[in-house]
Design a binder for this molecule. Sequence first.
Ligand SMILES: [Zn+2]
Length: 183
Amino acid sequence: MWYYIEMKKFYKSTEQIENVLLRCRSIRCPICGKVNVLRRHGCRTGYIDGKLVTRCWRLYCDKRYGGCGHTPSLRLSGTLKGKSFSVKVLGLFIEALVMGYSIKSAWVYCKYAGCLRTGYRTYHWLRNSQTNIRNALYEFIDVREMNTNTSSFIALFELFKKAFKDYNISAFQLQTQKNFGFP
Ligand SMILES: [Zn+2]
């Protein structure tokens, strides 16, 4: 019997991604919903924590087979969209901020080699992403268990820590299938 695979955005390991890609013809295109239209389309590399790595594996929804022409991609849950640092570095940065460190000290704490300007930019990105992160957490946290004082930045990440047993952003991306801070 022929069956189809629903494509996920995030996977835990390269092996899982390779396994899915081997059966790319059975994947339903996440954009147009058609099957038997996706073909492998290479991958994108980039620097994360100073190392050259594969950022994402791409598929092409081939128009020759009635596809939509989009290139959906599969990614490791340990990578952050458009960022040059890993979830591990970001987790440490958040941990330091929650502990009350200044932005500058928190950036030193996470041991990322990039300049301090990236630290400030990351802090503002986190602040601007609060609502998205909060809404994503609400989808699987029992709201009755929360205290009502979760409007602050620090409280949000304390809640995050409780939900994921740590500042485990990789687990967040795997569970929600959303970019941390999305879109
Ligand atoms: Zn498509």
